[in-house]
Design a protein around this ligand. Structure first.
Ligand code: SF4
Length: 442
């Protein structure tokens, strides 16, 4: 049973979605930074996909050089604030901190990172100088973490960068997809605003690129094109009843909630299908929006879920009930969802088998599908010579992130199939470096 009441105001919403990694005070940051051992060959740095010099920025915070700390962070990761809040630090930098071996809490690296970058953003501190314009233009499709990271790299080297974004706001999943208790819309957008002022890339919103004519126009006008398009809509389950009112994709549901806040309503009983991090987010958020009962249904055992353990713990902590080894067979109801017919399953030699005669109906008002997102295959097929792998992910060179069409580079979820924000930032930067090198050689 959920402990949360439906939020009726923005204040209620903020209370229900209180930040799990709140900003540190100056004193907290000073104390926490004093705990760092400044390890030689620091394991926390090796565990960070963007390779931030963590002991250096912690030392800078401790010596009251907070803007220097922000510079250190932003040199490696332009989403320094967002990553401090949304990264799964438990399994990355903080998970690698040497204190874990001594059964002492690891350094709160994420919160220190957010502390330092917050000071730079709030003071609008200029940390980067840009090379003179070199007259070369790069188009970026998608203003998410990969695209903006690539854009910043290119701007420092003097390239003109135009970013085309299908949605009304920048920052991709950080605004539209991450659970609101990890980062607020304002925080995510303030960092992008800071970056835009700092690096001067151009952003065009509600400008989706999806026709052959639009692609050909970009190819004519730009020396290189970067694809940071992410993934598409939630995949179909292909079971009867999927078209009933009250069946939602997890990413679509989270996006609506993040835009509407307390104006978004969740009914009394919700079933979330899936065992990944997106399913956990959708389940947690349903509970925090006041659903009385939220069931997370997964077709394999608990230990086989793709979600991080701490994400499942977060969901359980707000009353979500996990039910394992069940698979949906049919969504039932007269026009709208009234329940899900499940069958019990067992895993035999790694394969899920259904147990005959074990079907039952679980009543529900909503079904949320957290079972993966489709790729943007139709769009990608319009680009000449661009190859995708068997899962529909864009094939790239692992070092340069150049695709099989030399003019195009790509990174982020459209390449990985779904990773963390920090991976998209890291790889967008590598693509930016490769574009600079390749276009400078011409
Ligand atoms: Fe500091 Fe922990 Fe990194 Fe060592 S591993 S440098 S103690 S944060």
């Amino acid at each position: 049973m959920s402990e949360f009441k439906k939020p009726n105001s923005e204040v209620d919403f903020e209370n229900n979605f209180a930040q799990i990694k709140p900003l540190m005070t100056d004193n907290q940051a000073f104390y926490e930074s004093s705990r760092c051992l400044f390890c030689y060959d620091a394991p926390c740095v090796n565990a960070c996909p963007t390779g931030i010099d963590i002991p250096l920025f912690i030392k800078q915070i401790h010596s009251q050089n907070t803007l220097g700390a922000a510079q250190t962070i932003y040199n490696s990761n332009v989403f320094g604030y967002a990553c401090g809040k949304v990264c799964p630090t438990e399994v990355l930098c903080e998970g690698a901190c040497v204190y874990n071996h001594q059964e002492v809490p690891p350094i709160e690296i994420g919160r220190l990172q957010t502390f330092a970058t917050d000071k730079a953003i709030k003071s609008n501190k200029k940390l980067f100088s840009l090379a003179a314009e070199n007259g070369k233009k790069v188009a970026i499709i998608g203003a998410g973490p990969a695209g903006i990271s690539c854009a910043c790299e290119l701007r420092v080297a003097g390239f003109t960068v135009d970013i085309f974004e299908a949605k009304a706001k920048p920052s991709g999943l950080t605004v539209y997809g991450v659970a609101p208790y990890k980062i607020t819309n304002e925080e995510a957008l303030d960092e992008i605003d800071y970056l835009q002022k700092q690096f001067g890339f151009n952003m065009y919103f509600e400008k989706p690129i999806f026709t052959l004519e639009e692609i050909e126009a970009l190819e004519r006008d730009y020396e290189a094109i970067f694809l940071g398009i992410g993934l598409g809509k939630t995949s179909e389950l292909n079971i009867p009843g999927e078209d009933k009112a009250g069946v939602h994709g997890a990413v679509e549901m989270v996006e609506k909630l993040r835009m509407a806040h307390h104006d978004f309503s969740v009914p009394k009983k919700v079933i979330v299908l899936g065992g990944g991090n997106t399913a956990m987010d959708a389940a947690s958020e349903s509970s925090r929006m006041g659903a009385e009962e939220v069931i997370l249904a997964y077709r394999r055992g608990k230990d086989e879920m793709g979600a991080y353990e701490f994400e499942y713990d977060l969901a359980k902590g707000v009353g979500v009930k996990g039910v394992f080894n069940i698979a949906p067979v049919e969504i039932i109801g007269n026009g709208k969802v009234e329940g899900v017919r499940f069958v019990k399953t067992q895993v035999v030699n790694g394969r899920v088998e259904t147990i005959s005669g074990s079907e039952y109906i679980e009543p529900a008002d909503w079904v949320i599908k957290g079972t993966g997102q489709a790729k943007q295959t139709e769009f990608l097929q319009l680009i000449s010579g661009l190859k995708t792998d068997t899962k529909g992910c864009i094939q790239v060179n692992a070092e340069t992130f150049q695709t099989t069409n030399n003019k195009y580079y790509a990174a982020g979820d459209a390449v990985s199939g779904g990773q963390e924000v920090v991976n998209a930032v890291a790889n967008g930067k590598k693509a930016g470096k490769a574009i600079i090198k390749n276009l400078s050689d011409q």
